[in-house]
Every structure is written in C-alpha cells, then in structure tokens.
Design a protein around this ligand. Structure first.
Ligand SMILES: Cc1cc2nc3c(=O)[nH]c(=O)nc-3n(C[C@H](O)[C@H](O)[C@H](O)COP(=O)(O)O)c2cc1C
Length: 168
C-alpha cells in the first residue's frame, strides 16, 4: 500500500505539466534557491555533479534568450514564454565527467537532465510554472553568457508565476 509520502510524490509527478505563459513578476529568492537545491540533489555519475544550472533573471537577458528559442508553433504564438521570471541554463560539464569516465560525455548529459527534472518537479510543488525548452539556437546563447568550452548547453527551463487563467 502506498504511504502518504508516495501518494504525494506520485500526485506531484502526475500533475506536473508544461506552462508557457506567466503572470508578470519575479520569483521569490527563497523559491529560486529551493529550485536550485532540488537540482543539486539529483544523482550524478560518481557524485561528480557534472552540471551547472545557471539562473538568468535580468529582463534584457530573458528577452535575448526568448529571441533564440525557435519552433514553428512558437513563431505562430508570439505570446509564448511571455512574462517569464527566470530561465535556467541547464549545462552539462563534459570536462568534469570525461576526466573520470570513458562514457563521461553521456554521464554529464544525464547529470544535467536529472537535475532539470528535479527542478521541474520542485517547481510544480511550489506552485511555480515551468517548461523545459530544447529548441534553442544554442550557439547564440552560449556566446551571450560566455559558457566555457567544458559546458554543453543541454536545454533551458523557463520559470514563472502562475497565470490567472491556466494555459499550456
Ligand atoms: C527534450 C525536450 C525538449 C522540449 N522542447 C520544448 C521547446 O522547445 N518548446 C516548448 O514549448 N516545449 C518544449 N518541451 C516541452 C514539451 O513540449 C512537453 O513536455 C510535452 O509536450 C509534454 O507536455 P507536459 O510537459 O505538459 O507533460 C520540451 C520537452 C523536452 C523533454
């Protein structure tokens, strides 16, 4: 029989869904720190934590990133990611993992992705809306934020406040 904790965790997993338009406003600093802590707690190959989650919150930087998210659907829906409060750059540290493992590149990608999933679930539990974004012009974002050669930008997570009317 499922314990209370199992029921709560399963409900959080089942109810999480992607949200792509938000209410304006910043996330509480405490919530952002909790999201990063949840990411930090994800498993990693050899405990190396071969990943880095970089929060971007400056409005001009957010606007820049949104310009370099692409897909046919997004081009049709200019409102997508409107009012986003924070975007996390989900980076795999390839150098760290390959220094120890032959399959290190793959491990670093897994480390980063697992951390991202923790963030998505934590966000849902906190009532913060979120969406994983994979369709990006990677080079533009890497250059803008000066990501070192050791990093592979795996994806982004858009985070924002719950809109008054639900959307996806
Ligand atoms: C690898 C990956 C890439 C994704 N890329 C995008 C994206 O570029 N833009 C977007 O709006 N959603 C993106 N998503 C979110 C998916 O569209 C979404 O998770 C899927 O439709 C299922 O919906 P749900 O998250 O509400 O369960 C991505 C998800 C994953 C896992």
């Amino acid at each position: 029989m499922a314990t209370n904790e199992a029921t709560i965790v399963l409900a959080n997993i089942l109810n999480r869904h992607s949200v792509r338009a938000f209410e304006p406003g910043a996330l509480a600093e405490e919530d952002l720190q909790t999201l990063l802590r949840a990411g930090e707690a994800a498993p990693s190959a050899g405990g190396l934590k071969s990943r880095n989650l970089i929060p971007v919150t400056h409005p001009e930087d957010l606007e820049f990133i949104i310009r370099y998210i692409f897909s046919a659907r997004i081009r049709q829906q200019r409102e997508r990611f409107k009012n986003v409060s924070c975007i996390l750059l989900i980076c795999a540290n390839i150098t760290s993992a390959t220094a120890k493992y032959r399959r290190g590149r793959l491990y670093a990608l897994q480390d980063a992705t697992l951390a991202g999933q923790n963030v998505l679930l934590m966000a849902h539990a906190l009532g913060i809306c979120a969406c994983w974004i994979g369709q990006i012009r990677e080079r533009k974002i890497v250059q803008k934020f000066n990501l070192g050669k050791e990093y592979k930008l795996v994806g982004l997570i858009a985070l924002g406040r719950q809109p008054a009317t639900p959307n996806d």
